[in-house]
Design a protein around this ligand. Sequence first.
Ligand code: DO4
Ligand code: MG
Length: 286
Amino acid sequence: MKLCRFTAAGGADVRVGLLANGETLVDLTDAGVHRMQGLLERADLADELTRLSAAGLTTHALDRVRLLTPVESQEVWAAGVTYLRSREARMEESEFSASAYDRVYDAERPEIFFKSLPDKVVSPGEAVGIRRDARWNVPEPELALAINSAGAVVGFTIGNDMSSRDIEGENLLYLPQAKIYASSCAVGPWIVVGPTEDQAREWTIQLEIRRGGETVFAGDTRAGQIKRPFAELVHYLCRSQTFPNGAVLLTGAGIVPPDSFTLEARDAVRITISGVGTLENAVSIV
Ligand code: DO4
Ligand code: MG
């Protein structure tokens, strides 16, 4: 079951919808559901979604609505160096910081950093940003966990942790500038409710970058390559802090384009996770 936020054709109000089959969106407005958060807090979430999908509510064709990011009021955080490929890439990009990345991969405490305020998250179909003061920019395609206020994983979505590798590689202390800037985080297209962690670990993650109609990079990995259990990542995220609105946690990138590759304005970034769907964004300079 897929839970989304959308605006209907010709409308401006943000609605909550349920994608019960591939093409039809059930509009939850007439059931009194105007925000996702209340639903994500329910212990019987999956049962409630099944009930709502069979309640005879108004439906919309998926291709007639505009999907918005499912991040409503959650902070977005991200884990790093959770795949061997990420450790390797980080160590290559910086002699200066190599030992830090090497250590954190095996350390008890994972790397977790703040990524975005909810209002700044980019929706499907909007442009993600590359910094005008950076020379080496990449998307990071990541499985994202939707977490409720009790710290339980209630669903899965897709995140793009846009990153400036030259800034990150120059000095670890520049990480916030490499990671947090205008339009640096896209999340969507919806939250998938129901799968277990074991099922999610079977999913493939694919990244395709297109430029002028041509594919300039394509790569894939499996969510099963994430080194740490999801509960461990969530445990560290929620240590000594609470999330009354829930949170979204990106679980790290396992696909890194070759070092010769950098994004350009007007590229199209397409991230597909087999159990979730596709998140697609154009690229613009910010
Ligand atoms: O510190 C570097 C960030 C690593 C990251 O974002 C990732 O592995 O996905
Ligand atoms: Mg990342």
